[in-house]
Design a protein around this ligand. Structure first.
Ligand code: GLN
Length: 282
């Protein structure tokens, strides 16, 4: 139980961002988001009314949220939501938190879509999690028919809730393993599968500690699910269709090799905004 003896102004609270430096790469932003959540106001409010004080209850609630962040809990889990592309998605501990680098898959898919016959484009997003990739594509291309597949039933329910809230009726959420629940053939099959090796020290740092390992970790140096999907997708792609993966920044070469060996052509890797090899298409 956190006790609050006196309330502070917004300016005083904003000045406490430094407390979050040890746990966050974006302490100012995190602090602003926690305050906005307590006040139920947009970020501009904090700087328009810096002399305003929180109520006693609000300050109590703020101290509790701040303590959770200081304990390392991801900001998206504390707020129950995260931003991806132009969308705000509900997020919980049953899925991966959508990441900015995954927007590269959305950009690539939209660019490839321009080469397709726009009348009956079918897309599958395998391991959709919150629904991020499928819903971002659906918001940009209302005429595409998008199947979002998720193995974890709780995550599938979350993706369906996000779909309903955003009213994206061109997405269907299917529960099952990779290509298994799909019917018919697809122009684009996209996946951000688990791709981290179980021994990777990155797994014991930051937000990933609070995410399900089923969404992060794969056998065979992180490549097992990419291998499975590559095989399964051969039976589900239309002639001339594309398969597209997100992968680790050191996995460009092995992923290109997996796709080429399976018979995919025009295999190419694209870099994310940080300059890392991040997505491979074939
Ligand atoms: N990019 C994420 C990370 O390194 C992992 C995402 C994934 O495994 N699909 O934290």
């Amino acid at each position: 139980m956190i006790r609050v003896s006196n309330v502070s102004t917004l300016a005083e609270l904003l000045a406490r961002a430094g407390e979050l430096k040890a746990v966050s790469d974006s302490p100012e932003l995190d602090l602003q988001l926690l305050l906005c959540s307590v006040l139920d106001k947009p970020r501009s409010y904090l700087y328009t009314w810096p002399e305003r004080s929180l109520s006693f209850e609000q300050q109590q609630q703020f101290e509790q949220l701040l303590q959770r962040r200081l304990d390392g809990e991801p900001i998206a889990h504390i707020l129950g939501q995260g931003d991806f592309w132009t969308l705000t998605l509900e997020v919980n501990s049953s899925t991966l938190i959508p990441r900015p680098e995954t927007e590269l898959l959305v950009e690539l898919a939209l660019a490839m879509g321009e080469q397709l016959d726009q009348h009956k484009v079918r897309v599958a997003d395998l391991g959709t999690g919150t629904g991020a990739i499928a819903l971002a594509l659906a918001s940009e291309q209302p005429r595409w028919q998008i199947s979002a597949v998720e193995f974890n039933p709780q995550a599938a329910v979350l993706a369906e809730r996000n779909r309903q809230r955003l009213k994206l009726n061109n997405v269907e959420v299917l529960q099952g393993s990779w290509c298994e629940p799909l019917c018919g053939s697809f122009d684009l099959i996209i996946s951000n599968p688990p791709y981290i090796d179980a021994e990777d020290p990155h797994l014991s740092q930051g937000d990933v500690r609070f995410e399900p390992s089923s969404a992060l970790v794969a056998a065979q140096q992180g490549l097992a699910d990419i291998l499975t999907i590559t095989e399964q997708a051969l039976d589900r792609l239309k002639p001339g269709g594309w398969l597209m993966f997100e992968h680790g920044f050191e996995q460009g070469e092995p992923v290109r090799e997996i796709l080429r060996r399976a018979g995919y052509q025009q295999v190419e890797t694209h870099r994310d905004l940080a300059g890392h090899e991040r997505a491979t298409v074939g």
